[in-house]
Ligand binder design. Structure first.
Ligand SMILES: Nc1ncnc2c1ncn2[C@@H]1O[C@H](COP(=O)(O)OP(=O)(O)O)[C@@H](O)[C@H]1O
Ligand SMILES: [Mg+2]
Length: 378
Protein backbone atom coordinates (compact mmCIF):
# COMPACT_ATOMS: atom_id res chain seq x y z
CA UNK A 1 0.00 0.00 0.00
CA UNK A 2 1.73 3.21 -1.13
CA UNK A 3 2.11 6.10 1.33
CA UNK A 4 1.87 8.56 -1.49
CA UNK A 5 0.71 8.45 -5.06
CA UNK A 6 -2.37 6.74 -6.37
CA UNK A 7 -3.57 3.31 -5.29
CA UNK A 8 -2.95 0.87 -8.12
CA UNK A 9 -6.15 -1.13 -8.68
CA UNK A 10 -6.32 -4.27 -10.83
CA UNK A 11 -9.90 -4.38 -12.12
CA UNK A 12 -10.56 -8.01 -13.01
CA UNK A 13 -13.52 -8.69 -15.29
CA UNK A 14 -15.06 -10.97 -17.92
CA UNK A 15 -14.49 -14.49 -16.67
CA UNK A 16 -15.34 -18.06 -17.52
CA UNK A 17 -19.01 -17.57 -16.66
CA UNK A 18 -22.38 -17.27 -18.41
CA UNK A 19 -22.35 -13.72 -16.98
CA UNK A 20 -19.17 -12.75 -18.88
CA UNK A 21 -20.85 -9.92 -20.77
CA UNK A 22 -22.65 -8.56 -17.72
CA UNK A 23 -19.27 -8.39 -15.99
CA UNK A 24 -17.78 -6.33 -18.83
CA UNK A 25 -20.67 -3.86 -18.44
CA UNK A 26 -20.20 -3.65 -14.69
CA UNK A 27 -16.44 -3.20 -15.01
CA UNK A 28 -16.75 -0.38 -17.52
CA UNK A 29 -18.86 1.59 -15.04
CA UNK A 30 -16.56 0.95 -12.09
CA UNK A 31 -13.51 1.81 -14.24
CA UNK A 32 -15.09 5.17 -15.10
CA UNK A 33 -15.89 5.88 -11.46
CA UNK A 34 -12.44 4.93 -10.16
CA UNK A 35 -10.57 6.90 -12.82
CA UNK A 36 -12.55 10.07 -12.02
CA UNK A 37 -10.37 10.35 -8.95
CA UNK A 38 -6.61 10.96 -8.86
CA UNK A 39 -6.53 8.61 -5.86
CA UNK A 40 -6.64 5.58 -8.17
CA UNK A 41 -4.67 4.21 -11.08
CA UNK A 42 -6.57 1.38 -12.71
CA UNK A 43 -5.24 -1.49 -14.80
CA UNK A 44 -8.01 -3.47 -16.52
CA UNK A 45 -7.39 -7.22 -16.36
CA UNK A 46 -9.70 -9.26 -18.56
CA UNK A 47 -10.33 -12.97 -18.15
CA UNK A 48 -11.55 -14.35 -21.46
CA UNK A 49 -14.19 -17.04 -21.87
CA UNK A 50 -11.51 -19.72 -21.88
CA UNK A 51 -10.10 -18.48 -18.59
CA UNK A 52 -6.96 -16.80 -19.97
CA UNK A 53 -5.87 -13.55 -18.35
CA UNK A 54 -5.07 -10.40 -20.36
CA UNK A 55 -3.75 -7.06 -19.14
CA UNK A 56 -5.48 -4.34 -21.14
CA UNK A 57 -4.11 -0.88 -21.90
CA UNK A 58 -6.29 1.39 -19.71
CA UNK A 59 -6.69 4.01 -22.42
CA UNK A 60 -7.95 1.45 -24.92
CA UNK A 61 -9.53 -1.24 -22.78
CA UNK A 62 -11.92 -3.22 -24.92
CA UNK A 63 -15.16 -2.74 -23.01
CA UNK A 64 -17.01 -5.04 -25.28
CA UNK A 65 -17.10 -8.75 -25.75
CA UNK A 66 -14.59 -9.44 -28.50
CA UNK A 67 -14.57 -13.17 -27.87
CA UNK A 68 -17.01 -13.76 -30.67
CA UNK A 69 -15.54 -13.44 -34.15
CA UNK A 70 -11.84 -12.57 -34.12
CA UNK A 71 -9.54 -14.55 -31.83
CA UNK A 72 -9.46 -13.01 -28.39
CA UNK A 73 -6.77 -10.50 -27.72
CA UNK A 74 -5.96 -10.16 -31.40
CA UNK A 75 -5.71 -6.76 -33.02
CA UNK A 76 -5.15 -4.65 -29.95
CA UNK A 77 -2.45 -4.13 -27.40
CA UNK A 78 -3.68 -6.44 -24.66
CA UNK A 79 -1.01 -8.68 -23.15
CA UNK A 80 -1.48 -12.20 -21.87
CA UNK A 81 -0.88 -12.31 -18.15
CA UNK A 82 -0.48 -14.79 -15.37
CA UNK A 83 -0.96 -14.42 -11.68
CA UNK A 84 2.03 -15.71 -9.80
CA UNK A 85 4.29 -15.08 -6.86
CA UNK A 86 7.10 -12.80 -8.04
CA UNK A 87 10.02 -11.84 -5.84
CA UNK A 88 8.74 -10.48 -2.58
CA UNK A 89 5.18 -9.91 -3.70
CA UNK A 90 2.58 -11.92 -5.45
CA UNK A 91 1.76 -10.25 -8.69
CA UNK A 92 -0.03 -10.11 -11.97
CA UNK A 93 2.64 -10.55 -14.61
CA UNK A 94 1.86 -9.31 -18.10
CA UNK A 95 3.90 -10.58 -21.04
CA UNK A 96 4.39 -8.67 -24.28
CA UNK A 97 1.84 -9.08 -27.11
CA UNK A 98 4.16 -11.47 -28.97
CA UNK A 99 5.10 -13.28 -25.78
CA UNK A 100 8.84 -12.58 -26.05
CA UNK A 101 9.47 -9.95 -23.37
CA UNK A 102 10.36 -10.92 -19.83
CA UNK A 103 7.49 -10.98 -17.37
CA UNK A 104 7.30 -7.79 -15.39
CA UNK A 105 5.17 -7.34 -12.27
CA UNK A 106 2.31 -4.86 -12.43
CA UNK A 107 2.81 -3.83 -8.79
CA UNK A 108 -0.86 -3.77 -7.85
CA UNK A 109 -1.96 -2.51 -4.43
CA UNK A 110 -5.39 -4.10 -4.57
CA UNK A 111 -7.50 -6.28 -6.85
CA UNK A 112 -11.14 -5.53 -7.65
CA UNK A 113 -12.69 -8.74 -8.98
CA UNK A 114 -15.82 -7.59 -10.76
CA UNK A 115 -16.70 -11.05 -11.98
CA UNK A 116 -20.26 -12.35 -11.79
CA UNK A 117 -21.26 -15.98 -11.43
CA UNK A 118 -19.19 -19.16 -11.36
CA UNK A 119 -15.37 -18.95 -11.50
CA UNK A 120 -15.35 -15.38 -10.22
CA UNK A 121 -18.01 -14.70 -7.62
CA UNK A 122 -17.75 -18.16 -6.04
CA UNK A 123 -14.45 -17.98 -4.19
CA UNK A 124 -12.24 -19.50 -6.84
CA UNK A 125 -10.57 -16.24 -7.92
CA UNK A 126 -10.71 -14.99 -4.30
CA UNK A 127 -8.70 -18.06 -3.24
CA UNK A 128 -6.07 -17.28 -5.84
CA UNK A 129 -5.81 -13.64 -4.74
CA UNK A 130 -5.72 -14.66 -1.10
CA UNK A 131 -2.96 -17.18 -1.73
CA UNK A 132 -0.93 -14.44 -3.39
CA UNK A 133 -1.55 -12.17 -0.38
CA UNK A 134 -3.01 -9.46 -2.60
CA UNK A 135 -5.81 -7.41 -0.97
CA UNK A 136 -9.08 -7.72 -2.89
CA UNK A 137 -12.58 -6.25 -2.85
CA UNK A 138 -15.44 -8.41 -1.62
CA UNK A 139 -15.88 -11.49 0.54
CA UNK A 140 -13.19 -14.07 1.16
CA UNK A 141 -13.39 -17.67 -0.09
CA UNK A 142 -15.98 -18.95 2.38
CA UNK A 143 -18.49 -16.10 2.01
CA UNK A 144 -18.14 -16.07 -1.76
CA UNK A 145 -18.57 -19.82 -2.15
CA UNK A 146 -21.46 -20.25 0.22
CA UNK A 147 -23.43 -17.32 -1.16
CA UNK A 148 -22.91 -18.60 -4.70
CA UNK A 149 -24.41 -21.97 -3.79
CA UNK A 150 -28.10 -21.25 -3.24
CA UNK A 151 -28.63 -24.66 -1.62
CA UNK A 152 -25.85 -24.17 0.97
CA UNK A 153 -26.79 -20.53 1.60
CA UNK A 154 -30.43 -21.36 2.24
CA UNK A 155 -29.58 -24.18 4.65
CA UNK A 156 -27.33 -21.83 6.60
CA UNK A 157 -29.93 -19.05 6.78
CA UNK A 158 -32.68 -21.52 7.67
CA UNK A 159 -30.53 -22.93 10.46
CA UNK A 160 -30.38 -19.42 11.98
CA UNK A 161 -34.19 -19.18 11.77
CA UNK A 162 -34.08 -16.63 8.98
CA UNK A 163 -37.08 -16.93 6.65
CA UNK A 164 -36.30 -18.65 3.31
CA UNK A 165 -38.46 -20.02 0.50
CA UNK A 166 -39.22 -23.77 0.79
CA UNK A 167 -37.02 -25.78 -1.58
CA UNK A 168 -35.81 -29.20 -2.73
CA UNK A 169 -32.55 -30.18 -4.41
CA UNK A 170 -31.83 -32.42 -7.43
CA UNK A 171 -28.36 -33.88 -8.05
CA UNK A 172 -26.88 -34.73 -11.45
CA UNK A 173 -26.16 -38.30 -10.32
CA UNK A 174 -29.81 -38.95 -9.72
CA UNK A 175 -30.04 -39.32 -5.98
CA UNK A 176 -33.72 -39.11 -5.28
CA UNK A 177 -35.41 -37.98 -8.48
CA UNK A 178 -38.64 -36.14 -7.78
CA UNK A 179 -41.65 -36.55 -10.03
CA UNK A 180 -43.75 -33.54 -10.94
CA UNK A 181 -46.48 -34.74 -8.54
CA UNK A 182 -44.01 -35.12 -5.68
CA UNK A 183 -42.69 -31.60 -6.25
CA UNK A 184 -46.23 -30.27 -6.56
CA UNK A 185 -47.12 -31.92 -3.22
CA UNK A 186 -44.03 -30.59 -1.47
CA UNK A 187 -43.80 -27.08 -2.94
CA UNK A 188 -47.08 -26.36 -4.73
CA UNK A 189 -47.56 -25.26 -8.33
CA UNK A 190 -46.15 -23.18 -9.92
CA UNK A 191 -42.59 -23.69 -8.73
CA UNK A 192 -39.17 -22.41 -9.82
CA UNK A 193 -36.34 -24.51 -11.22
CA UNK A 194 -32.83 -23.05 -11.19
CA UNK A 195 -29.16 -24.02 -11.12
CA UNK A 196 -27.80 -23.95 -7.54
CA UNK A 197 -24.72 -22.01 -8.70
CA UNK A 198 -25.59 -19.40 -11.29
CA UNK A 199 -26.83 -15.84 -11.53
CA UNK A 200 -28.64 -13.33 -13.72
CA UNK A 201 -31.55 -15.82 -13.98
CA UNK A 202 -29.48 -18.00 -16.32
CA UNK A 203 -31.09 -21.46 -16.62
CA UNK A 204 -34.05 -20.41 -14.44
CA UNK A 205 -37.67 -21.27 -15.27
CA UNK A 206 -41.09 -21.05 -13.69
CA UNK A 207 -42.88 -24.37 -14.09
CA UNK A 208 -46.66 -24.32 -14.24
CA UNK A 209 -47.47 -27.65 -15.92
CA UNK A 210 -46.10 -31.19 -15.91
CA UNK A 211 -44.79 -31.15 -19.55
CA UNK A 212 -42.68 -28.08 -18.72
CA UNK A 213 -40.95 -29.79 -15.78
CA UNK A 214 -38.41 -32.11 -17.50
CA UNK A 215 -37.18 -29.48 -20.02
CA UNK A 216 -36.77 -26.92 -17.19
CA UNK A 217 -34.70 -29.38 -15.17
CA UNK A 218 -32.58 -30.19 -18.24
CA UNK A 219 -31.93 -26.48 -18.90
CA UNK A 220 -30.89 -25.89 -15.30
CA UNK A 221 -28.55 -28.92 -15.32
CA UNK A 222 -26.85 -27.42 -18.39
CA UNK A 223 -25.36 -24.81 -16.01
CA UNK A 224 -24.72 -26.78 -12.82
CA UNK A 225 -24.53 -30.26 -11.32
CA UNK A 226 -27.09 -29.31 -8.68
CA UNK A 227 -30.56 -27.87 -9.25
CA UNK A 228 -32.94 -26.14 -6.88
CA UNK A 229 -36.72 -26.44 -6.92
CA UNK A 230 -38.54 -23.68 -5.05
CA UNK A 231 -42.08 -22.69 -4.22
CA UNK A 232 -42.99 -19.78 -6.53
CA UNK A 233 -43.59 -16.76 -4.36
CA UNK A 234 -46.26 -14.37 -5.53
CA UNK A 235 -44.67 -11.23 -4.16
CA UNK A 236 -42.62 -8.13 -4.80
CA UNK A 237 -38.83 -8.28 -5.22
CA UNK A 238 -36.97 -5.99 -2.87
CA UNK A 239 -33.23 -5.69 -2.30
CA UNK A 240 -30.83 -4.21 0.23
CA UNK A 241 -27.25 -3.12 -0.48
CA UNK A 242 -24.68 -3.86 2.19
CA UNK A 243 -21.07 -2.67 2.47
CA UNK A 244 -18.54 -3.08 5.26
CA UNK A 245 -16.39 -5.68 6.90
CA UNK A 246 -17.78 -8.01 9.56
CA UNK A 247 -17.44 -5.54 12.44
CA UNK A 248 -19.54 -2.80 10.86
CA UNK A 249 -21.84 -3.60 7.95
CA UNK A 250 -23.87 -0.64 6.66
CA UNK A 251 -27.13 -1.22 4.84
CA UNK A 252 -28.78 0.88 2.10
CA UNK A 253 -32.24 0.37 0.64
CA UNK A 254 -34.51 -1.44 0.32
CA UNK A 255 -35.23 -0.74 -3.30
CA UNK A 256 -37.70 -2.61 -5.46
CA UNK A 257 -37.33 -4.28 -8.85
CA UNK A 258 -40.52 -4.10 -10.87
CA UNK A 259 -40.39 -6.54 -13.76
CA UNK A 260 -42.94 -6.70 -16.55
CA UNK A 261 -41.72 -10.10 -17.73
CA UNK A 262 -43.13 -13.37 -16.29
CA UNK A 263 -40.37 -12.98 -13.70
CA UNK A 264 -37.09 -11.03 -13.45
CA UNK A 265 -35.46 -12.80 -16.41
CA UNK A 266 -32.01 -12.25 -17.97
CA UNK A 267 -33.68 -10.14 -20.68
CA UNK A 268 -35.64 -8.06 -18.16
CA UNK A 269 -32.39 -7.52 -16.25
CA UNK A 270 -30.16 -6.35 -19.08
CA UNK A 271 -31.99 -5.79 -22.37
CA UNK A 272 -32.04 -1.99 -22.78
CA UNK A 273 -34.45 -2.08 -25.70
CA UNK A 274 -36.89 -4.47 -24.08
CA UNK A 275 -36.78 -2.25 -20.99
CA UNK A 276 -38.97 -4.73 -19.09
CA UNK A 277 -37.88 -3.83 -15.58
CA UNK A 278 -37.41 -0.70 -13.54
CA UNK A 279 -36.14 0.23 -10.10
CA UNK A 280 -38.04 1.98 -7.34
CA UNK A 281 -35.57 3.47 -4.87
CA UNK A 282 -36.53 3.71 -2.10
CA UNK A 283 -39.18 0.99 -2.29
CA UNK A 284 -42.67 2.07 -1.29
CA UNK A 285 -43.39 -0.34 1.59
CA UNK A 286 -45.62 -0.41 4.67
CA UNK A 287 -44.18 1.07 7.87
CA UNK A 288 -41.72 -1.18 9.66
CA UNK A 289 -40.92 -3.28 6.59
CA UNK A 290 -37.82 -1.31 5.45
CA UNK A 291 -36.33 -1.57 8.95
CA UNK A 292 -37.02 -5.27 9.11
CA UNK A 293 -35.48 -5.79 5.65
CA UNK A 294 -32.34 -3.90 6.65
CA UNK A 295 -32.02 -5.84 9.86
CA UNK A 296 -32.48 -9.20 8.09
CA UNK A 297 -29.97 -8.11 5.44
CA UNK A 298 -27.38 -7.30 8.08
CA UNK A 299 -27.92 -10.62 9.88
CA UNK A 300 -27.72 -12.60 6.66
CA UNK A 301 -24.56 -10.70 5.62
CA UNK A 302 -22.76 -11.51 8.86
CA UNK A 303 -23.98 -15.07 8.97
CA UNK A 304 -22.84 -15.71 5.41
CA UNK A 305 -19.33 -14.41 6.19
CA UNK A 306 -19.68 -11.47 3.81
CA UNK A 307 -17.13 -8.66 3.75
CA UNK A 308 -16.70 -5.68 1.47
CA UNK A 309 -20.07 -5.79 -0.21
CA UNK A 310 -23.15 -7.87 -1.00
CA UNK A 311 -26.68 -7.35 -2.19
CA UNK A 312 -29.32 -9.19 -0.19
CA UNK A 313 -32.54 -9.98 -2.10
CA UNK A 314 -36.00 -10.66 -0.69
CA UNK A 315 -39.55 -11.44 -1.65
CA UNK A 316 -42.16 -9.30 0.04
CA UNK A 317 -45.68 -10.70 0.25
CA UNK A 318 -48.92 -9.16 1.40
CA UNK A 319 -52.12 -11.10 2.00
CA UNK A 320 -55.17 -10.06 4.01
CA UNK A 321 -53.21 -7.28 5.68
CA UNK A 322 -50.48 -9.74 6.77
CA UNK A 323 -47.06 -9.14 5.30
CA UNK A 324 -43.93 -11.20 5.14
CA UNK A 325 -40.33 -10.99 4.03
CA UNK A 326 -38.50 -14.04 2.69
CA UNK A 327 -34.80 -14.06 1.94
CA UNK A 328 -34.12 -15.08 -1.66
CA UNK A 329 -30.38 -14.84 -2.19
CA UNK A 330 -27.15 -13.01 -1.39
CA UNK A 331 -25.04 -11.70 -4.27
CA UNK A 332 -21.44 -11.05 -3.28
CA UNK A 333 -20.49 -9.28 -6.53
CA UNK A 334 -23.71 -7.50 -7.46
CA UNK A 335 -24.14 -5.86 -10.85
CA UNK A 336 -22.81 -2.38 -11.55
CA UNK A 337 -24.45 -2.08 -14.98
CA UNK A 338 -26.65 0.87 -15.99
CA UNK A 339 -29.65 -1.25 -14.99
CA UNK A 340 -28.27 -2.43 -11.64
CA UNK A 341 -29.70 -1.56 -8.26
CA UNK A 342 -26.65 -1.70 -5.96
CA UNK A 343 -25.05 1.65 -6.90
CA UNK A 344 -28.48 3.32 -7.13
CA UNK A 345 -29.36 2.32 -3.56
CA UNK A 346 -26.06 3.75 -2.30
CA UNK A 347 -26.51 6.94 -4.29
CA UNK A 348 -29.93 7.31 -2.66
CA UNK A 349 -28.33 6.72 0.74
CA UNK A 350 -25.90 9.58 0.09
CA UNK A 351 -22.89 7.66 -1.27
CA UNK A 352 -22.39 8.46 -4.97
CA UNK A 353 -20.86 5.77 -7.22
CA UNK A 354 -17.33 7.24 -7.19
CA UNK A 355 -17.21 7.35 -3.41
CA UNK A 356 -18.77 3.90 -3.20
CA UNK A 357 -16.01 2.42 -5.37
CA UNK A 358 -13.33 4.19 -3.32
CA UNK A 359 -14.91 2.93 -0.09
CA UNK A 360 -14.89 -0.67 -1.38
CA UNK A 361 -11.17 -0.37 -2.02
CA UNK A 362 -10.58 1.10 1.42
CA UNK A 363 -12.50 -1.82 2.98
CA UNK A 364 -10.38 -4.32 1.02
CA UNK A 365 -7.16 -2.77 2.32
CA UNK A 366 -8.53 -2.56 5.86
CA UNK A 367 -9.52 -6.24 5.84
CA UNK A 368 -6.13 -7.26 4.44
CA UNK A 369 -4.37 -5.31 7.17
CA UNK A 370 -6.59 -6.91 9.82
CA UNK A 371 -5.86 -10.42 8.57
CA UNK A 372 -2.13 -9.73 8.27
CA UNK A 373 -2.11 -9.60 12.08
CA UNK A 374 -3.09 -13.27 12.34
CA UNK A 375 -0.22 -15.42 13.53
CA UNK A 376 1.22 -17.91 11.07
CA UNK A 377 3.40 -19.62 13.67
CA UNK A 378 2.09 -21.53 16.68
N1 LIG B 1 -39.06 -18.93 -5.56
C1 LIG B 1 -39.29 -17.94 -6.40
N2 LIG B 1 -40.49 -17.31 -6.41
C2 LIG B 1 -40.72 -16.28 -7.28
N3 LIG B 1 -39.81 -15.83 -8.17
C3 LIG B 1 -38.62 -16.43 -8.20
C4 LIG B 1 -38.29 -17.50 -7.31
N4 LIG B 1 -37.02 -17.89 -7.59
C5 LIG B 1 -36.59 -17.10 -8.57
N5 LIG B 1 -37.54 -16.23 -8.97
C6 LIG B 1 -37.41 -15.23 -10.06
O1 LIG B 1 -36.24 -15.50 -10.80
C7 LIG B 1 -35.26 -14.47 -10.64
C8 LIG B 1 -33.88 -15.07 -10.54
O2 LIG B 1 -33.79 -15.99 -9.48
P1 LIG B 1 -32.73 -15.83 -8.33
O3 LIG B 1 -33.00 -16.89 -7.33
O4 LIG B 1 -32.70 -14.44 -7.84
O5 LIG B 1 -31.36 -16.21 -9.05
P2 LIG B 1 -30.25 -15.33 -9.80
O6 LIG B 1 -30.64 -13.90 -9.73
O7 LIG B 1 -29.00 -15.62 -9.02
O8 LIG B 1 -30.21 -15.89 -11.17
C9 LIG B 1 -35.71 -13.73 -9.39
O9 LIG B 1 -35.28 -12.39 -9.40
C10 LIG B 1 -37.23 -13.84 -9.50
O10 LIG B 1 -37.76 -12.94 -10.46
MG1 LIG C 1 -31.37 -12.85 -8.12
Amino acid sequence: MPDEGPIHVGLIYGGRSPEHEVSIDSARNVFEELTQSARHRVTPIRIDRRGRWHVEPPEAAAWHDHSSGAPEGAGHASRRALLAPAGEDAEVLPGSPDGTAALEPLALDVAFPLLHGPNGEDGRVQGLLHTLDLPYVGPDVLGSALCMDKDVAKRLLRDADLPVVPFRVLHYYGGEPLSFDEVADALGVPFFVKPANAGSSVGTAKVETEPAYAPAVRSAFAFDNKVLLETAIDGREIECAVIGNQEAPRVAGPGEIVSEDTFYTYEAKYDEELDAAHMEVPADLPGGVPDRARSLAERAYRLAACEGLARVDFFFTEEDGRHDLLLNEINTIPGFTERSMFPVMWEDAGLPAGELAAELIRLALERHERDARLKMTP
